[in-house]
Design a protein around this ligand. Structure first.
Ligand SMILES: [Ca+2]
Ligand SMILES: [Ca+2]
Length: 260
């Protein structure tokens, strides 16, 4: 009987320590839908990260930092993603979509995130066509996706036309714009401005053929027009370590029980 009691206590101790050491890991799926009307705006791949809320990629009213400039002018996350990880070595980052995300289309990705370490979501993506327009969150703590229990605190983030930023880095000249047929996006004329909300600049590209073949129409996108939506869903990560421990504990328990 003593052995049985000891076995039960040992079993509980192992299970308790397994539960306490458990990281709050989830697989979070992120989908970005381009809600812009047909012939409205498209997007370059959307770059995202889950972090601790300290990486701040840009500020409204200030000169855009270099990583946001390359992202807003050419759609690339080649500077922004490393800048995120340099600021937050434990952040989980990635990109949604491998090419332009056209009106009505979606792009998605799945990320393994420790909800205790990286509860905040940050995003940045170039608006197409444009010279330096983008969407993104100025405040790195604007979207706390996970609550303290590791559940989803936010399952959707909506964007409208009024939330489009101008990086203030490149003048709006259609011949130098990305996603305009025949233009050379590698050319640029410096704007020497600051980051600001900017919607009217889209008129620069009206009536021009986009890289996807449709003719762009800025009148389809007003400040209130839904232009994008992030949706989140989570799946718990199986825990091989605690499952194995549970197995060992149960075997030990039943052996002791048989002997007693
Ligand atoms: Ca900021
Ligand atoms: Ca500009």
């Amino acid at each position: 009987m003593k052995k049985l009691l000891f076995g039960a206590i040992a079993c509980m101790a192992i299970l308790t320590s397994a539960a306490m050491s458990r990281a709050a890991l989830v697989d979070v799926s992120v989908q970005f839908e381009n809600l812009s009307p047909t012939n409205g705006i498209s997007y370059a791949p959307i770059h995202v990260g889950f972090g601790n809320g300290t990486f701040d990629g840009f500020d409204n009213g200030s000169v855009a930092p270099a990583p946001i400039v390359t992202l807003a002018e050419l759609g690339s996350g080649a500077d922004w993603l490393p800048a995120f990880v340099a600021a937050e070595p434990n952040a989980v980052t990635g990109s949604l979509g491998g090419g332009p995300i056209l009106p009505g289309a979606s792009a998605s990705g799945t990320f393994r995130v420790d909800t205790d370490v990286n509860p905040f979501f940050t995003f940045a993506g170039m608006v197409l066509p444009s010279n330096d327009l983008f969407i993104g969150n100025d405040n790195p703590q604007a979207f706390r996706i996970f609550d303290n229990a590791g559940g989803l605190a936010i399952n959707q983030i909506d964007q409208t036309g009024a939330q489009i930023w101008d990086a203030g880095s490149e003048q709006a000249i259609a011949n130098n714009a990305a996603f305009i047929a025949g233009a050379n996006a590698g050319n640029r004329v410096a704007e020497n401005g600051v980051v600001s909300f900017e919607l009217t600049e889209l008129q620069t590209y009206n009536g021009l053929q986009t890289g996807a073949g449709y003719t762009f129409d800025s009148s389809l996108v007003s400040g209130a027009t839904p232009i994008g939506r992030f949706s989140f869903s989570v799946t718990a990560v199986p825990e091989p370590t605690s499952a194995a421990l549970l197995g060992v504990a149960l075997v030990g328990f039943s052996l002791r029980r048989r002997r007693a």
